[in-house]
Design a protein around this ligand. Structure first.
Ligand code: LMR
Length: 334
């Protein structure tokens, strides 16, 4: 009898130890939701982060990546993050307006960045950090910026001049700056989640759109758009964000390891984005389904002249101070 009780006690002690010992505790789960394909700069960087986060925390953290709007579409994923249903996202910078972080729409101003070097002066400098800090009162912590690239216009009719987009229904992300940009071209902007764009183009709900080539190609938009014009008229990239409470409550050593993984993933994202877009451009050309046009300098200047007035129009929405900070960082001239 005594022996049986003793054995039971030993067994109970061991199982209790197993339950409470951190070595055997459940791994911390990070659900990372995003809307693009795996084979894109963001998709690849998310996978890279998962791998390094799991390695560096020796399995104490498990990252589940849900690509392609599998879990949530654009608007829902922001809500899910705030509610804690997912812990990490990397939304396009053009999708922070509906959260009330209108300053992020500075990234959408047409022709504000001449090239990646300009962009990085903001995303890797104090101006970018100051913008991320604005998310904190919303229960969100910004960890990093990940590159995608510069956008091009597509449609089923040729695009050589701003007038070619007049009257066209063009899909945009949920940014008032992008809405104004399309109005400046006398086009009709239609806000729509990314996951619905292919079908909307296919069925003629919209006539055209704008995106970096990696998104255009991986969503197979080249199957439903006859013309793509390399305009590089604006930028599309990401802020990697987490639920602030979740992040701050992580054990300090684990948070540190995740910060390292994020830093590595950021370097990785920013090292592959340009190549990926270039490769996908070649793939679009090779498909023979979309005619690709590269504008001459004079043709591109006509787009710039039509679109730069958007900066002035949107100054009160974005905040003049934010615009001036970015202008100064990149040395913007009209
Ligand atoms: C879009 O909606 O066009 C983009 O934000 C998709 C993305 O995340 O790159």
């Amino acid at each position: 009898m005594f022996q049986t009780v003793a054995k039971t006690l030993v067994a109970l002690t061991i199982s209790t130890a197993l339950l409470v010992s951190p070595a055997f505790a459940e791994p911390i789960s990070i659900k990372f939701s995003h809307v693009v394909a795996v084979d894109t700069p963001k998709g690849q960087a998310a996978e890279f982060f998962k791998k390094r986060a799991e390695e560096l925390t020796a399995g104490k953290v498990k990252v589940e990546v849900y690509p392609n709007s599998q879990l949530y579409k654009d608007k829902e994923e922001m809500e899910a993050l705030q509610l804690g249903a997912v812990q990490m996202l990397a939304p396009s910078l053009a999708k922070f307006g509906p959260l009330g972080a209108k300053e992020f729409e500075v990234f959408d101003l047409p022709f504000i960045f001449n090239n990646d070097a300009d962009l990085h002066k903001v995303t890797q400098g104090p101006a970018g950090q100051a913008l991320l800090a604005k998310l904190e009162p919303k229960g969100i912590k910004g960890l990093a910026y990940w590159d995608n690239g510069f956008k091009s216009f597509s449609a089923n009719t040729p695009i050589k001049t701003p007038e070619d987009l007049k009257g066209k229904k063009l899909r945009i992300q949920s940014s008032k700056v992008l809405e104004e940009q399309m109005r400046a071209l006398k086009a009709l902007p239609q806000v729509m989640p990314f996951s619905e764009v292919y079908q909307a183009l296919q069925t003629g709900v919209v006539d055209g759109t704008e995106n970096p080539i990696s998104n255009f190609y991986t969503q197979k938009m080249h199957e439903v758009q006859k013309y793509l014009t390399i305009t590089d008229h604006g930028y599309l990239g990401y802020a990697v964000i987490v639920n602030k409470k979740f992040w701050e409550e992580l054990p300090a050593d684990i948070r540190g390891q995740l910060e390292t993984a994020m830093k590595e993933a950021t370097d990785y994202a920013n090292s592959i984005a340009k190549d990926k877009n270039m490769k996908d451009l070649e793939a679009v050309k090779a498909s023979g389904k979309t005619e690709v046009t590269v504008l001459t300098d004079a043709e591109r200047a006509a787009f710039k002249a039509a679109l730069v007035p958007v900066h002035e129009k949107m100054a009160s929405r974005i905040g003049k101070e934010t615009i001036d900070t970015v202008y100064q960082a990149v040395g913007f001239t009209k």
